[in-house]
Design a protein around this ligand. Structure first.
Ligand code: SF4
Length: 68
């Protein structure tokens, strides 16, 4: 198995991941998660409070609004 194919932080990341979209294939692969949401002007779920996270609205606007 090529080490380049497996993120060495995957296990640790999965333990810490609080995203409730559990079927997401990017779970635990934080670089892919960030890349995916960044391209959409969004922020990964772990930046939101549990209440906002569960709405799956990952927009920057929602993030800012929830911190006012
Ligand atoms: S924040 Fe988005 S990309 Fe990251 S694990 Fe959750 S649904 Fe997937």
């Amino acid at each position: 198995m090529g080490t380049h194919k497996l993120c060495q932080n995957l296990g640790k990341n999965l333990e810490k991941c609080v995203c409730t979209y559990s079927s997401c294939i990017k779970r635990g692969k934080c670089c892919e998660c960030i890349d995916f949401h960044r391209e959409r002007n969004e922020i990964p779920g772990c930046f939101f409070s549990p209440e906002v996270e569960s709405t799956y609205d990952r927009s920057i606007e929602r993030f800012i609004a929830s911190h006012k």
